[in-house]
Design a protein around this ligand. Structure first.
Ligand SMILES: [Zn+2]
Length: 362
């Protein structure tokens, strides 16, 4: 085994699976990569050998985005690597479209009902995802699109010029349901600290908040393997944002608190993340993530000596030109830091004529 060292993080040199190929991690765990059409251009998915009621089959962890191209890729993988065995369950780490997009298609047995697989998810992730998916569909039938107006008001309150950005914001309001048009009808609930058996192995559920409401990671003690989902990523930071649904939320606090759970794992835990490459060095990575958020908080505090809106902070914090997708992610991220500072009483929050500004407490 060879490692590529990046500070204190070691990437184990597994070959990155090509499109429609799989790469073996252990004899029961396989790595699949699906394309994403964003700047972040891929998601890692994990296929595990399973056996339920004495029937051998497969469990899939996360699905990739809902689109025709991915369905074609999946059919090639199933043809080549499933050896005629059925998919028995789909576990979704969380409700984001790249993780759950194809869950319904998988659960109902693709286009020809070839199997019936259960969806396993945490309670909050299932109902949040289902609500977003349905809400988008319902509001798109109304002329007075309430979700659209609500989203518009939220971004307006954070200083966004809604006249120049209206089209951009409208695009965002039904974004989730356009990406997840098809949501499974029922699920099997999994919860924190629960042990689940997949094939011969036991996996412990570790839930985390902040990136999404009740994100599920899975830890296999015997193999010392962690399927971390989006909670701990090696080369990018997980998106932590405040969204219109919970404008006063403090997801950054939730995320940092959740990271503490991962500090209880062995130092040499081998991490299988949803983006980037499998790595070792989880403690060092958590430290880097904590430092990143600390540094960002300091930048925001020094920029808010005079009252600022979240919108005004974007060019001060992000020097690169942002596309529409990145712009809204950046805005929600900044609001997460502002709310974090506000809840910690390091920032004061003012609201005047519907516009929210923050000022550093000296
Ligand atoms: Zn995510």
């Amino acid at each position: 085994m060879t490692f590529i060292s990046n500070n204190s993080i070691n990437y184990l040199q597994f070959s990155i699976p090509d499109v429609a190929k799989i790469s073996e991690i252990t004899k029961d765990v396989f790595w699949i990569r699906m394309p994403l059409q964003f700047k972040l251009d891929h998601i890692n998915l994990w296929l595990l050998r399973d056996k339920i009621n004495n029937q051998p089959g497969w469990t899939l962890i996360d699905t990739g985005l809902f689109n025709q191209n991915n369905k074609i890729i999946w059919k090639l993988i199933i043809e080549k690597y499933f050896f005629g065995l059925k998919l028995q369950r789909v576990i979704c780490t969380h409700m984001h479209p790249d993780h759950i997009g194809l869950a319904n298609w998988f659960c109902k047995g693709l286009d020809d009902n070839r199997w019936n697989a259960e969806l396993w998810m945490s309670h909050s992730e299932f109902f949040n995802g289902k609500t977003y998916s349905l809400e988008g569909k319902l509001s798109s039938h109304h002329e007075n699109n309430s979700r659209g107006l609500f989203t518009l008001n939220f971004f307006y309150s954070h200083g966004c010029n809604i006249k120049t950005n209206k089209i951009k914001i409208d695009e965002r309001s039904n974004y989730y349901s356009s990406m997840v048009p098809d949501f499974p009808i029922s699920f099997h609930k999994i919860s924190d600290k629960q042990q689940i058996k997949i094939g011969k192995s036991k996996w412990k559920i570790i839930t985390g908040a902040g990136h999404s409401p009740e994100h599920v990671s899975l830890y296999n003690n015997k193999e010392n393997l962690l399927i971390s989902g989006d909670m701990v990523l090696p080369s990018i930071t997980s998106h932590i944002g405040v969204f219109p649904d919970e404008p006063n939320g403090n997801p950054l606090e939730e995320f940092l608190t959740s990271l503490n759970k991962f500090k209880l794992l062995p130092k040499n835990t081998f991490v299988l993340p949803s983006h980037g490459q499998p790595f070792e060095g989880i403690m060092a990575r958590i430290k880097q993530l904590e430092n990143h958020h600390q540094k960002r908080m300091q930048e925001i505090l020094s920029n808010c000596k005079n009252k600022k809106t979240a919108y005004e902070l974007i060019p001060k914090i992000f020097s690169k030109k942002l596309d529409n997708h990145q712009f809204f992610f950046a805005l929600c991220k900044i609001i997460a830091h502002l709310n974090y500072g506000w809840h910690m009483k390091k920032l004061r929050r003012f609201e005047q004529q519907g516009i929210i500004k923050f000022e550093t407490v000296i």
